[in-house]
Ligand binder design. Structure first.
Ligand code: NAP
Length: 517
């Protein structure tokens, strides 16, 4: 499919946005077709998706949009390749992943540029995403040779118990727009290590990075049919037939809780193996003994990475009354010092939000909090002009019942509420249907243990504002989902455990000296 790079001019009225830095050249090498069975093809009805730059509102590239017919072809390919791929050696798959890590690292600047252009985050953060995303390839290149089983004797001594772990089979992967690379590699790495084939549907707003990754995976030796990529602008129509197809063996989804619930319902049809990485509402607790400067540094990372568009983003700041003014003043100072603009430009630290709908939602949450009595300390403005910019915002004195404390904000807004009693703070932190990430800052070991044991969240950061790590199990509780990605735990999502009971036939069981005689 021919390329149509259309975003090459600087929008006239925007203060910082510019795509003229030569970086749009990165788009020229991005494949614009569907990747099915090792071949790039057009959509069966020639439909396309216009991929937009959220910093300018302009189209970056037109790419093919899969139809249900294309979806079926992708699953056909994944099913056809499954047996041969499952029989490849663990070392072979590990070496493919290692080459993918090396090549992705070598091409980090190219991938970071694509991420920034289609998603909006500042280039420095996009580089961080590439490094983080590549780590899943390195980690699982090492794990592929450690998929083990066990051998034991049954308690009554009459049988031998053997377990083995085999690839679960063809897997459907649906990923969101906020980390266009890493949300994919977190699934692809363990799936390849385990010997599964896959159909990947990236978010329609950010498919370019995944299309470029498909090219790279072919280059490092992933065979035809093992990895298929089908962006589509009709997600429901294309995904439902795949989810209900008896040949599909697993669905792994990262995205919002409402869509996740719908997909869980659909997956009941075939009793599909399911992993769900859903939304969050992370509390960020600052106790009276915390190092306030460190807490504010941690808050900036936990809140502002990805402009707040992260499932692990600190959503509610609960700060002890005695340190709340200092914390809020320093946080407001740091938020004011952030530089808003197109992520592709040097020195920019806060990019645009993904679209106007998201920006309107953020603005409504701020208005609701202020209407209920919160003080707008800094920010609270949407910037007119092309792109979807919203200023870094701090709200203090946020009242219970405000929507901003309950809903996932997904924007650069820090609402601060206070507490005077630890138990009350922990109870309020747990008062949410979500259970993904939580943060706490304290100098006390006793508080650390109490907080870690009492918070109902899958991941807890103590005195640190970033918790994601390829070596650690990422995942949530409650409405934040189930299953884990990363670490040794991550591979369990892509294998079936099979048990074989073996009767030794000639074994004699002796339970006492009397039996032995
Ligand atoms: P989303 O709207 O749920 O979309 C996620 C993916 O699902 C996209 O690829 C989307 O495709 C697809 N999709 C939407 N409707 C579908 C349907 N009916 N059938 C099949 N697929 C469908 O979420 P998002 O706005 O992209 O991402 C933000 C959300 O992801 C937030 O809630 C965030 O917390 C969550 N998230 C969670 C984690 C985690 O690990 N827990 C990590 C990152 C993000 P289209 O693009 O075509 O709509």
């Amino acid at each position: 499919m021919p390329h149509s790079v259309t975003d090459t001019t600087t929008p006239a009225s925007h203060p910082t946005a510019s795509d003229t830095s030569g970086r749009t050249d990165a788009l020229h090498s991005v494949p614009t077709g569907l990747y099915i069975d090792g071949v790039w093809r057009e959509s069966s009805d020639a439909s396309t998706i216009a991929v937009e730059n959220p910093a300018t509102g302009r189209t970056l590239l037109d790419i093919a949009s899969a139809t249900p017919t294309d979806g079926a072809a992708a699953l056909d390919a994944a099913v056809a390749a499954a047996d041969d791929w499952a029989r490849t050696s663990p070392r072979h798959r590990g070496e493919i992943l290692r080459r993918a890590f090396d090549l992705l690292t070598e091409r980090a600047e190219h991938f970071a540029t694509l991420i920034t252009l289609e998603m909006g985050k500042p280039l420095a953060q996009a580089r961080g995403e590439v490094a983080y995303g590549a780590e899943f390839f390195r980690w699982y290149s090492e794990e592929s040779v450690r998929i083990d089983g066990r051998w034991s004797t049954s308690p009554d001594g009459k049988s031998r118990l053997m377990t083995m772990r085999q690839p679960v089979g063809p897997t459907l992967m649906i990923t969101p727009w906020n980390f266009p690379l890493a949300m994919g590699t977190r699934k692809i790495g363990p799936a390849i290590a385990a010997g599964c084939t896959m159909v990947i549907k990236p978010a329609s707003q950010t498919p370019l990075t995944m299309l470029a990754l498909a090219d790279l995976m072919t280059e490092v030796g992933v065979p035809a049919g093992v990895l298929n990529v089908i962006p589509t602008r009709t997600s429901g129509a294309v995904m439902t037939p795949l989810i209900t197809d008896p040949r599909l063996r697993k669905l792994t989804f990262t995205g919002s809780t409402p869509v996740g619930k719908d997909l869980i319902r659909q997956s009941a049809e075939q009793v599909l193996r399911v992993s769900m990485e859903l939304g969050g509402n992370a509390p960020f607790l600052v106790f009276e003994d915390a190092d306030i400067e460190a807490a504010v540094d941690g808050a900036m990372l936990a809140k502002m990475r990805n402009m707040g568009e992260a499932c692990t983003a600190a959503n509610r700041f609960l700060v002890h009354q005695s340190v709340a003014d200092d914390f809020a003043a320093l946080l407001a100072q740091k938020m004011t010092a952030e530089r808003l603009g197109a992520g592709i430009d040097d020195g920019v630290t806060v990019g645009p939000l993904i679209d106007d709908k998201q920006r309107r939602k953020v603005a409504e949450l701020v208005t609701d909090a202020v209407d209920r009595g919160a003080d707008l300390t800094v920010g609270g403005e949407r910037i007119d002009g092309p792109g979807y910019f919203y200023t870094p915002t701090v709200l203090t004195n946020v009242q219970p019942g405000s929507a901003v404390l309950r809903e996932e904000i997904f924007g650069p807004v820090a609402p601060i509420a206070t507490f005077t009693d630890d138990d009350d703070a922990i109870a309020r932190a747990n008062d949410t249907e979500y259970g993904l990430a939580a943060y706490a800052f304290t100098a006390s070991t006793a508080r650390t243990i109490k907080v870690a044991e009492s918070l109902d969240f899958g991941m807890i950061g103590i005195n640190q504002g970033i918790i994601s790590n390829a070596a650690a199990p990422f995942g949530g509780m409650k409405h934040s989902g189930f299953g884990r990605e990363g670490g040794p735990e991550g591979i369990a999502e892509y294998v079936e455990t099979k048990y074989i009971g073996i009767n030794p036939l000639d074994a004699t069981v002796r339970n006492s000296h009397t039996d032995a005689r």
